[in-house]
Design a binder for this molecule. Structure first.
Ligand SMILES: *[C@@H]1O[C@H](CO)[C@@H](O)[C@H](O)[C@H]1NC(C)=O
Ligand SMILES: *[C@@H]1O[C@H](CO)[C@@H](O)[C@H](O)[C@H]1NC(C)=O
Ligand SMILES: [Zn+2]
Length: 511
């Protein structure tokens, strides 16, 4: 069994390693597709650029490929910002209004925010991300990067406005609220208010349950569009999902929330399950599956339940198990994704399995697109939960993996013993893992070094700092190497997939 565990662990890491292009070479244009800006030194001075970065080498996380590249035909440039007019209005912001709000925010709070686009939607709208942090342009070494993504379903509009309001709240509270200040001083928060701006543009205010706009402009459900661990996802990958996939491979996010509407619940991985494999070809069986969804639990189930409870119990009413018109109520306002209903290609499983990022799906409103006059109430209901959830990135263990000379070891493979989804060090040798209080062992493996196992304790009050020094392996010494897959990308590999079965063990189908 241990061998199988290792396989899964290293499979995850291998994929991660191969999908992380180096950030060291900003001029390299072999990375990604045509929508990535070719960096030229003068573009930093461009009038139409929100993120001006003096030296990409010292600002690794937002590189020039992520600059605001909004073409001039969008005609969005707000011109000189009237600073005293800056504010957030409780109303729905269409794409132009959202863009204007984000730009006004960076103009008004240049030391707390940075705006970048990770790509464009099918119809060419920028996928904006706003960083809110006391170090918006640079990753703070040793401090976590976290993210929120809203409006992945274009008609689930509350999430989009909540995130705009959150940006506004954080920047305007920094100087007066010590908690907000602590959060921004110690965390880099990336907020994407809309992952599906095209869908939003065609959706309709007042449509609570159904209505246009859920899908992207080509009719794809973006939360079914990611590589899936349990089943082959044959859906053609859409530019919005592709952009997110590339983004999360470049920045090591520790914690993430994906905001939706139509229910009141925090839903945690796995969303998919291997169980329905058994029923693959039988219509009757798949019908049965719909009625008898069973939980599909991760090795980090305790952590995911905790994160979900942090959201639901800090929400005004989620933890009371409120039923919506189209969805039942959930005990304490949380659920395992697959236990609710299994789905293939979801974003949260992808974040967790491929990048070790703990992502939870937050269903923040019964009505997907309520009248704008109700927005203040939604903000009040979700405000504390949105803030407290992010601070959970400061729980567990974090530290650095170094060689004997104190140099960082990049892409070391890490795993917490008995938790077989792995994670990796960044180029600064950093790692993070959210864990509840207890005693743990962490396994560390890096090419050319003697593998190491370290024991540590996690307490409730503060994260545990753990520095690990690796020693070079002697010439000729043999250490079991991670199992490497022959292909560059697991996402296209037609290999038997390990089955995560109810006993918590992994097994391989024989075919
Ligand atoms: C851990 O390593 C980091 C990076 O080298 C260093 O800044 C920090 O002081 C170290 N902490 C301890 C407790 O050794
Ligand atoms: C579950 O795992 C156990 C232990 O490896 C194995 O014996 C069993 O066959 C597996 N079940 C399925 C359905 O794969
Ligand atoms: Zn949704």
């Amino acid at each position: 069994m241990e061998r199988l565990f290792s396989f899964l662990f290293f499979l995850v890491l291998t994929v991660t390693a191969q999908n992380v292009p180096s950030n060291h070479k900003p001029t390299e244009n072999s990375v990604g597709s045509g929508r990535i800006l070719n960096y030229s030194p003068s573009s930093g001075q461009d009038q139409n650029t929100d993120v001006k970065i003096e030296d990409t080498y010292s600002n690794p996380s937002i590189d020039r490929r992520y600059q605001d590249t909004a073409p001039s035909n969008y005609n969005l440039d707000p011109g000189p910002v009237e600073q005293d007019k800056y504010g957030y209005e409780f109303k729905y912001h269409d794409f132009d209004q959202m863009t204007r709000f984000l730009r006004e925010t960076t103009a008004k709070y240049p030391s707390l925010t940075a705006l970048y686009s990770i790509g464009k939607s099918v119809q060419g709208r920028d996928l904006w991300v706003m960083v809110v942090s006391s170090s918006p342009y640079e990753h703070m070494i040793g401090k976590p990067d976290v993210k929120y993504i809203g409006n992945i379903h274009g008609n689930e509009a509350v999430s989009r406005e909540l995130l705009l309001q959150l940006i506004y709240y954080l920047v305007t509270s920094y100087s007066t609220d010590s908690y907000a200040q602590w959060l921004l001083d110690n965390t880099r928060i990336h907020i994407m208010p809309s992952m599906n701006p095209d869908g939003f543009e065609v959706s309709k205010e007042g449509q609570c349950d159904t209505g246009p706009g859920r899908y992207n402009a080509r009719g794809y459900d973006l939360n079914r569009n990611f590589p899936d661990y349990f089943k082959q996802n044959n859906k053609r990958m859409q530019p919005e999902a592709e952009a997110v996939k590339e983004w999360v491979s470049k920045i090591q996010f520790v914690l993430s929330g994906s905001l939706h509407g139509g229910a009141l619940v925090a839903s945690y991985p796995f969303d998919n399950t291997p169980n329905s494999r058994i029923c693959k070809s039988s219509a009757l069986c798949s019908l049965f599956q719909n009625y008898a969804s069973s939980p599909s639990l991760t090795p980090d189930d305790d952590v995911f339940k905790h994160l979900s409870l942090i959201y639901s119990t800090n929400h005004a009413k989620m933890s009371k198990g409120v039923a919506c018109k189209t969805s039942k109520g959930f005990l304490k306002g949380i659920t395992n994704g697959a236990a609710w209903y299994p789905l293939t290609g979801g974003m949260q499983d992808f974040n967790y399995i491929w990048h070790g990022c703990m992502e939870v799906t937050l269903e923040v409103s019964c009505c997907k697109y309520p009248p704008a006059k109700e927005l203040p109430r939604y903000w009040e209901d979700n405000k504390v939960a949105l803030i407290k959830f992010l601070s959970e990135a400061h729980r567990g263990v974090h530290g650095f993996v170094m060689d004997e000379h104190g140099n960082p070891v990049e892409k070391a493979s890490l795993k917490i013993k008995t938790r077989d989804v792995g994670f990796q060090t960044t180029k600064y040798g950093e790692f993070w893992r959210i864990l509840l209080p207890g005693v743990y062992k962490m396994e560390v493996y890096a090419d050319g070094f003697v593998p190491k196992e370290v024991e540590f304790m996690v307490v409730n009050e503060h994260p545990t700092l753990l520095n690990v020094t690796l020693h070079p392996s002697q010439y000729g010494a043999y250490y079991p190497k991670p199992v490497l897959l022959p292909s560059i990308s697991i996402m296209q590999v037609q290999k038997p997939r390990p089955v995560y079965n109810v006993t918590g063990d992994f097994a391989f189908p024989q075919d």
